[in-house]
Design a protein around this ligand. Structure first.
Ligand code: NAD
Ligand code: UGA
Length: 463
């Protein structure tokens, strides 16, 4: 079967970039991305491509090439579903905040809503693709809903998890290490798998397109994130030991990373990992393991999260301790609020938790981030509900200029590894700070020797 029309439900950080790249690479396929969020769809359709809602290097160019040709953004979900041969579900699957599994299990209510809508609207056979990250065996739920509430049309369900990382989404989509497609192993299932393989094969070498059964595919996605996050927690655990032993975590990371069995990537010590997926997916894995009674398996993976929470808190405590055990009324300048560089996404960013801890000690926090809008900073803090919104606005100020953010501060904390931070006029920053002027480099990106020469006191991670 040849797919002519694709619909993607969910125009977020995954749906938007993924569909833009499919549309760019497959000009013969019409791709419509739909979302309930009208403002988000309006932003994707903005004449000024720099105003699309997701910031990713290279994305605005891809969108300008394909938008209006074979890439469309719309709020008419029913129509797009009805016309499509293949429907990607790319909606959010956050951690549950209520009821059974609260704080660990994935909240699948948006997935179920999509399934019910697809079943209600579809008048012809469809291939439904799980693009969202889902607990293993979700395809069973989808099948149940589609078969029992549909109009008698046939559905095939595929799992095609997304492995892109924010900040490098376009590059990851154009040159993926692998594409994973899971489906039923009977004849109809294999045909559906082949239809999706043919789409990716337009630009991805065949040997990089892996096909599996649907359960292996679902579980591989959760597991891939768990393995990646585990590396960050492992190196961060050692960073604390380095700080007590005069070992240097950068040297340790280089030494272990040159072993080809370990490899150099994902061994950067940091203030702690953030992002919308690592924590959510590991907690989900923990929940699944516990629900099968696998206590040791659950405890093992939970430790990755415990270590990460510890790293964020440790960073905040180090600031407090170094500033003579009180930050009350002191200004701490945050450079960076996003969870990593080259994205405007702040979900689960370490900056939020470090700020919250400092605010608890009544510090004043000044924030500068090149891509995060002012309101987002307040929204993130208010969401924690640690204190009133008024208090957050009083204690936190967001700046458009990094030099203003650092002016009159007792300390600067680097929370995100934006490249521009390396090239600032640090002498100018030093001149306008209170002394002793401290820098807490939560990303180990600054030149320690050069800054110490200016007069700064530097606290990196892990040395
Ligand atoms: P997101 O919150 O940015 O986007 C999800 C979108 O779906 C929202 O705009 C929301 O309005 C829309 N939506 C929800 N329910 C809907 C419905 N019933 N009909 C129409 N639209 C609906 O989320 P995201 O970051 O794009 O993540 C989506 C999924 O992809 C998650 O499962 C996530 O775990 C997974 N994932 C994310 C990344 C990443 O880097 N962000 C990478 C790989 C996988
Ligand atoms: C991660 C995975 O890398 C993607 O493969 C996956 O598709 C995605 O999750 C997902 O499922 O959402 P992402 O969260 O966008 O991607 O970003 P990463 O580059 O993985 O970084 C995650 C966090 O770990 C960031 O806060 C980053 O700063 C931190 N990190 C990463 C470190 O502290 N050290 C490192 O060496 C690497």
């Amino acid at each position: 079967m040849t797919v002519k029309k694709i619909c993607c439900i969910g125009a977020g950080y995954v749906g938007g970039p993924t569909m833009a790249v499919i549309a760019k690479q497959c000009p013969d396929i019409q791709v419509t991305v739909v979302d309930l969020n009208e403002a988000r769809i309006a932003a994707w359709n903005d004449h000024d491509v720099n105003k699309i809602p997701v910031y990713e290097p290279g994305l605005s160019e891809v969108v300008s090439e394909a938008r209006g040709r074979n890439l469309f953004f719309s709020t008419d979900v029913d129509q797009a579903i009805n016309e499509a041969d293949m429907i990607f579900i790319s909606v959010n699957t956050p951690t549950k905040t209520y009821g059974a599994g609260k704080g660990q299990a994935a909240d699948l209510k948006w997935i179920e809503l999509c399934a019910r809508q697809i079943a209600r609207v579809s008048k012809s056979d469809k291939i439904v693709v799980e693009k969202s990250t889902l607990p293993v065996r979700t395809a069973r739920t989808l099948k149940d809903i589609l078969q029992h509430t549909g109009n008698g049309v046939k559905f095939q369900i595929l799992s095609n998890p997304e492995f892109l990382a924010e900040g490098t989404a376009v590059e990851d989509l154009l040159k993926p290490d692998r594409v994973l497609i899971g489906g039923d192993q009977d004849e109809e299932g294999k045909k559906a798998i082949e239809a999706l393989v043919n789409i990716y094969a337009q630009w991805v070498p065949r040997e990089r397109i892996l096909t599996t059964n649907v359960w292996s595919s679902e579980l591989s996605k959760l597991t891939a994130n768990a393995f990646l996050a585990q590396r960050v927690s492992s190196i961060n655990a050692l960073s604390e030991l380095c700080e007590h032993t005069e070992a240097d975590i950068n040297e340790v990371a280089r030494a272990i990373g040159t072993d080809s069995r370990i490899g150099p990537k994902f061994l950067k010590a940091s203030v702690g990992f953030g992002g919308s997926c690592f924590q959510k997916d590991i907690l989900n894995l923990v929940y699944i393991a516990r629900s099968y009674g696998l206590t040791e398996v659950a405890d093992y993976w939970e430790q990755v999260i415990i270590m990460n929470d510890h790293q964020k808190k440790r960073f905040a405590n180090k600031i407090i301790k170094t500033l003579y055990n009180t930050v009350n009324g002191k200004k701490i300048a945050f450079l960076g609020w996003a969870f990593k560089k080259d994205t405007n996404d702040t979900r689960e960013s370490a900056a939020i938790y470090v700020a919250d801890h400092l605010l608890y000690e009544q510090a004043h926090v000044g924030v500068y981030d090149p891509k995060v809008p002012e309101q987002q900073v307040y929204t993130d803090l208010d969401y924690l509900a640690t204190r009133s919104s008024d208090e957050n606005s009083k204690l936190v100020q967001v700046y458009n200029d990094p030099y203003e953010a650092c002016k009159d501060a007792h300390a600067v904390a680097i929370l995100t590894e934006w490249d521009e931070f390396k090239h600032y006029d640090w002498q100018r920053i030093y001149d306008n700070m209170l002394k002793p002027a401290h820098i807490f480099d939560g990303r180990n990106i600054l030149d320690k020797a050069k800054l110490e020469n200016i007069g700064f006191k530097i606290c990196p991670i892990g040395s």
